[in-house]
Design a protein around this ligand. Structure first.
Ligand code: GTP
Length: 280
């Protein structure tokens, strides 16, 4: 190997050594910075996790007070309009083509949330539509908070019978502010026997909300119960507020009477002192 070659190799080695040295320092600095960054990230992440945990804790500490009302809902309407089918669709999520006629009455229960703070326990009564058994329906209407008047959109006779059912409601012991909703069932039939105008006129004249539904296809079934549940809960809430106000005003009156008594007693004592002083 020539002297020049040796020098060349030495230089080259020197060069090779010097590069990693500088790189090493850089790497150490970079690594230190990375570690520092990682530490900061870790601390930040921990902080965030602690904050989230704290927030979750405080959220779970907030108690949501849910008010539950128990309401009685009764179905009336001619035989075959689909009262049982509607209840079955709502409570059991099923529909039967051949369903036996209701004899006497049937009862189902279902809980429904009407808003984040209110739920209703529905006691749902299915009554008999057949004429020969109708006289007993009045008994089942007693104390009802809500009534569904059901007719079949495909059967004009069932619509004409609504006047009879309204009369039954007037003659029974339903609650004072009982919510009445008109239900036109079997909306799945393409051809209807009663036009919308006639139905709207009837519902307006009698102050009834109206909903077309189909137990077969599950159309508007959930909605009709949500509407009656919310309306009944609102009425019961107003009643409860009214009672609370009455109790409060009675309590205020008691407090007033108590204050007057104390004041009268104080005046009596003052008079006694004056009289005593006057004597001396
Ligand atoms: P009663 O118990 O006699 O008072 O009759 P109901 O009013 O309870 O009627 P029910 O639920 O027994 O239904 C009578 C018939 O109508 C059954 O054959 C049901 O399958 C059918 N039906 C009920 N709802 C619907 C519906 O939404 N669409 C169609 N197409 N048929 C229905």
């Amino acid at each position: 190997m020539s002297t020049e070659d040796k020098k060349d190799i030495e230089n080259h080695q020197g060069l090779q050594e010097s590069i990693p040295k500088e790189n090493n320092n850089d790497n150490i600095n970079n690594n230190n910075m990375k570690e520092e960054n990682n530490k900061n990230e870790d601390t930040n992440q921990k902080k965030e996790e602690e904050e989230i945990e704290e927030l979750n804790k405080s959220n779970s500490d907030i108690e949501v007070n849910i008010t539950t009302y128990t309401i009685k809902i009764v179905f009336v309407g001619d035989s075959n309009v689909g009262k049982t089918s509607i209840i079955q669709r709502f409570c059991e999520h099923k529909f039967e083509e051949n369903i036996p006629a209701t004899i006497s009455a049937a009862f189902q229960m279902k809980k429904l949330k009407v808003d984040p703070f209110t739920e209703v326990n529905m006691n749902i009564w299915d009554t008999v539509g057949q004429e020969k058994y109708r006289s007993i329906t009045r008994d089942y209407l007693r104390n009802s908070d809500g009534v569904f008047l059901v007719f079949d959109l495909h059967n004009k006779k069932s619509f004409d019978s609504l006047n009879y059912w309204l009369e039954e409601l007037n003659n029974s012991d339903i609650n004072k502010n009982c919510v009445k909703i008109l239900i036109g069932n079997k909306s799945d039939y393409k051809e209807k026997e009663i036009d919308d105008e006639t139905i709207n006129k009837f519902s307006e004249e009698n102050g009834l909300k109206y909903l077309a539904v189909s137990a077969k296809e599950g159309v508007n079934i959930e909605s009709m119960f949500e509407i009656i549940g919310a309306d009944c809960a609102k009425i019961l809430q107003e009643k409860a507020d009214e009672n609370e106000n009455n109790n409060q005003s009675e309590k205020n009156k008691e407090d007033e009477r108590f204050i007057i008594k104390i004041e009268e007693k104080k005046v009596d004592e003052d008079i006694k002192v004056i009289k005593k002083n006057a004597c001396c």
